[in-house]
Design a protein around this ligand. Sequence first.
Ligand SMILES: *[C@@H]1O[C@H](CO)[C@@H](O)[C@H](O)[C@H]1NC(C)=O
Ligand SMILES: *[C@@H]1O[C@H](CO)[C@@H](O)[C@H](O)[C@H]1NC(C)=O
Ligand SMILES: *[C@@H]1O[C@H](CO)[C@@H](O)[C@H](O)[C@H]1NC(C)=O
Length: 388
Amino acid sequence: MSPTSTFSSSFIFFFHILLFSLFEAEAMEMDLNPRTANQTLFEGEGGGYYAWSSKEFPFLAQAKLGAGKLVLKPNGFALPHYVDSSKVGYVLQGSDGVVGMVFPNKKSSKEVALKLKKGDIIPVPLGALSWWYNNGDSELVIVFLGQTTKAYVPGEFTYFILTGGLGILGAFSTEYTSKAFNMNKNEAKELVKSQSGVIIIKLEAGKTMPQPQLHKTKELVFNIDSSLADGNVKRGGIITTVNKSKFSFIGEVGLTATHMKLQPHSMNSPIYSTDSSIRVIYVVKGSARVQIVGIQGKRVLDTEIKAGHLVVVPAFFVEAKIAGGEGMECFSIISSAEPILEDIVSDESVLAALSPEVLQASLNISAVSGKHLISEISKNSIILPSTN
Ligand SMILES: *[C@@H]1O[C@H](CO)[C@@H](O)[C@H](O)[C@H]1NC(C)=O
Ligand SMILES: *[C@@H]1O[C@H](CO)[C@@H](O)[C@H](O)[C@H]1NC(C)=O
Ligand SMILES: *[C@@H]1O[C@H](CO)[C@@H](O)[C@H](O)[C@H]1NC(C)=O
């Protein structure tokens, strides 16, 4: 084989790889359309649990993220359970919730009881046993966003309930439970069959449940709504990021949370992850138009989002939102305890970091236009108000 033919065949080979990977990227189906939670897993007198099913939202499975929403009516009680996913709950509504947790791998640790109110974030580590109770007189609503990397069903949380009609205890034979509890068979049967309720029950008024421990609540619950924002732009909005430096417990579940409020018609600077972390956004209030740009400079999403919608932003893809007439509020998690995000048009953006020469050459603009662009960008923050 002559050197020329080696060169040309390896060139052709390389070219094939390039075409192939472009084709692969094209073929990879990514339906990023926002969805509401429309799978009812349970609904009863005490409340309900609703999920984003990975059948309806297949990209959740690809991204290995999950989401669900718990609604507890007054005196509603979600029976003790553990989950095959690590997640963060965000309290959308309610002022007098109580969550009890028993942490895995802490042999001597007793249940902790924590108080929950609107705006709180509560991390739930993989495998932690928890129960949830609404001690208030209005509904308690919590949205859970989390990672399903170790889950049975990618894209979904699977719950293991300890007691009640669908509980683990009642599923063992009486021979086992009587031996385990050192009781006769009738006593054992009564013990595990007495609670016929499933998943979420309603306790009789007047039942006393554990009082929340305030010092533990301070350590393990973080009110993101009332915390100091990292970015606060006049006529633009606010953004608050809660990472493990600010709230160490969220680091233990390997996630980071953000809360953003955009005022009417303001925009968040186009943003992307540089470390392969994925973001999942839940719209709390209002509406916005969201655009996501991905592989080969293709705009893969351009749609309206409103309260109740869930949006997933794939790794390295760039996302921007412009709030609608009544503004928009959203809560999101990022699938890393130390995510590295970059934006494109703020004073700290990658564009602002480029040298003037490269900016001019890349955009094919004159030195004068380049200077103007840089001076505009230097005034920008991560949120761009409606009238700049
Ligand atoms: C969920 O929404 C999809 C369309 O987005 C619909 O086809 C499906 O029937 C809905 N499922 C339920 C349980 O409501
Ligand atoms: C947490 O966020 C702060 C402020 O945004 C940042 O300075 C810090 O480096 C972050 N910590 C980690 C572990 O990423
Ligand atoms: C750069 O801009 C000039 C003037 O607008 C134009 O004539 C030229 O075709 C552009 N070059 C490229 C590569 O787009």
